[in-house]
Design a protein around this ligand. Structure first.
Ligand code: 13P
Length: 269
């Protein structure tokens, strides 16, 4: 059973048109180049881009290029297609060629009022329309300081997965809110502790099949700290915000992914 490494760039509400086109081309060119010089294939290492919605249509128009990476939406609606002005749902996103979506990013939770029940319904929408969801969870600084980290991430995990059926295993991203966009990365000890806990919780909730679920870390990941984080047993990739907005810095993290895959023995999967 192979657990892939996933390096994902979340562009958030960036970039504007001209910067985005060259960022996209820089990332695609860099990923293709690395694949051509490596034995690590896409089953082992996947690179994903989550741009804002207008970019999804644009990327769909470069389908051939887009084949080098996976891509998807930062959020999907709870609604099916229909009279829901302003919404964009999983079915439409899938129809335009995206394969992935983020669900429950902390910015959606804290700034736009998306709660755990809504997260669960969005995960369901994604699965119903063959989009692969990345369920994002993580505690605030206040929750960490009052010793509630395990309880919070456990609840978010359980509720986020509550509408999944047997055999459905969304990817999970642990993103401590206090490490997002702050330049403060969680220490390897903190990350190892929470990821180990999440692996056990996933297996309790979903059975041994959840051993194959990648758990990504997000929160101020950069080329400089990526190797240490990706070297941890239960860290199967990175969800990158700020450092994904420049091709060079993002590719530095992709390089850490390639390096960690080349060195990792199949028995450790
Ligand atoms: P930063 O990498 O900018 O901290 O953002 C992390 C994040 O929110 C990715 O989803």
């Amino acid at each position: 059973m192979i657990r892939p490494t996933i390096i994902a760039g979340n562009w958030k509400h960036n970039p504007k048109r001209s910067a985005g086109e060259s960022l996209w081309r820089g990332v695609i060119g860099g990923v293709e180049d690395r694949r051509n010089h490596s034995d690590v294939d896409r089953q082992q290492l996947e690179v994903l881009i989550f741009p804002p919605l207008p970019w999804l249509g644009w990327i769909a128009g470069c389908a051939e290029e887009a084949a080098a990476v996976g891509w998807g939406a930062q959020c999907v609606s709870e609604c099916t297609t229909g009279a829901f002005t302003g919404e964009v749902g999983a079915e439409l996103v899938r129809d335009f060629g995206a394969q992935w979506c983020l669900v429950g990013h902390s910015e959606r939770r804290t700034l736009f009022g998306v709660d755990d029940n809504s997260v669960a319904r969005r995960v369901r929408q994604a699965l119903d329309h063959e989009l692969k969801p990345v369920l994002c969870i993580g505690e605030t600084l206040e929750q960490r300081e009052s010793g509630e980290t395990r309880q919070i991430v456990s609840e978010q995990l359980e509720k986020g997965l509550s509408l999944c059926e047997e055999g459905e295993f969304p990817v999970v991203a642990y993103e401590p809110v206090w490490a997002i966009g702050t330049g403060v990365t969680a220490t390897v000890e903190q990350v190892a502790e929470v990821h180990g806990f999440l692996r056990n919780r996933l297996c309790e909730l979903q059975g041994e099949g959840a051993q194959a679920t990648p758990i990504l870390y997000g929160g101020s990941v950069k080329a400089e700290n990526a190797a240490d984080l990706l070297g941890l047993d239960d860290v199967d990739g990175a969800l990158v915000g700020g450092a994904s907005l420049e091709a060079e810095s993002f590719l530095g993290i992709v390089d850490a992914g390639f390096a960690c895959r080349s060195g990792r023995k199949p028995e450790t999967f």
